[in-house]
Design a protein around this ligand. Structure first.
Ligand code: MLT
Length: 313
């Protein structure tokens, strides 16, 4: 890469190693985590590469202001915060790190599931308030229950593995036919409606697209059995949170790592985050030492490959 002069703008929090390595490769790096939309629009024109996580919204407006932009790199999996079509039409390459956080996201999913089943949020809050409330909240055992996995990609499969080890029956649904892969794992592939109606724990592992937006809504929530658990560590917009609020009382509980607006904005979202049946974390699926470390290597590897491709084009 010697002799390549490229300016890189990083607009979200990333591991220091990303900045250090890029500088060692000779890139000019500007680190501006938390930059506002207006400031971004004002300066993006100077950069060849931008690196983001999920906070920065790389809209068509930002892409058009990036006159020199050649690569948009996403440190993470989901590309829903990037107008990918617009970028591709402008010939801008997109790079991400889809593998690094698989097990971190899967482990958090299982953690939320168990947390909701055993009301760990409520017991922990009591302990913090000086209350030894043994037996105050009924718990639910997961062994022998049915886990319904919506989206059988890398994370969905990792969750299935753990679910099986916990003695759960696994149902799977996906927009593509994953019947063979599912049965190889001893899971049953089915239509989403059948999965929602037959599972005790429903866990969502889809990316956000126009087809998955509000996929869990008033109509689909009605299919879910009373006393079921829903876990969402994918994207908040997959669940219509207003509709979810209407069903909370009849569900066992909900484990969420994501929300339609992060942090919560609307009144109904505040109602969800403070509801006793809800155990919520602030989008930390990828926030482990190991995942963040792997993301650096995966992202840099993919980015440097793409830089080579772009300069030899
Ligand atoms: C991702 O898509 O990589 C995750 O949601 C994690 C993140 O954005 O921080």
């Amino acid at each position: 890469l010697s002799g390549i002069k490229m300016n890189v703008l990083i607009t979200d929090n990333v591991n220091d190693r990303v900045i250090k390595s890029l500088k060692e490769y000779g890139f000019e790096v500007e680190y501006k985590p938390g930059i506002s939309k207006d400031e971004l629009l004002g300066i993006i024109g100077k950069y060849d590469i931008m690196i983001v996580r999920s906070r920065t919204k790389v809209t068509a407006e930002v892409i058009d202001a990036g006159k020199k932009l050649k690569i948009i790199a996403r440190a993470g999996v989901g590309l829903d915060n990037i107008d990918v079509n617009h970028a591709m039409n402008r010939g801008i390459a997109i790079v991400n790190s889809p593998r690094s956080a698989t097990y971190s996201a899967a482990e958090l999913t299982i953690g939320l599931m168990i947390g909701v089943a055993r009301r760990i949020n409520l017991y922990n809050a009591d302990i913090r308030n000086g209350k030894w409330s043994k037996g105050a909240y009924e718990g639910m055992e997961l062994r022998g229950k049915t886990m319904g996995i919506v989206g059988f990609g890398r994370i969905g499969k990792a969750v299935a593995e753990v679910g099986k080890a916990m003695g759960m029956k696994i149902n799977v649904t996906d927009v593509i036919d994953v019947e063979e892969e599912a049965s190889a794992m001893g899971a049953q592939f089915m239509d989403i409606r059948d999965l929602l109606a037959s599972s005790d724990v429903i866990t969502i592992h889809v990316s956000l697209t126009k087809d998955t937006y509000h996929m869990i809504n008033g109509n689909t929530l009605r299919l879910i059995k009373d006393n079921s658990i829903i876990v969402n560590t994918s994207r908040g917009e997959v669940i219509d949170s207003k509709a979810l609020l209407d069903h909370l009382d009849r569900l066992w509980g909900v484990g969420l790592d994501v929300l339609e607006h992060e942090p919560p904005r609307d009144e109904w979202e505040q109602k969800i985050t403070t509801h006793p049946k809800v155990l919520m974390t602030p989008h930390i699926g990828a926030e482990t030492r190991e995942a963040q470390d792997r993301i650096v290597d995966e992202l840099l590897g993919n980015l440097l490959e793409t830089v080579k491709r772009v300069v030899t084009k």
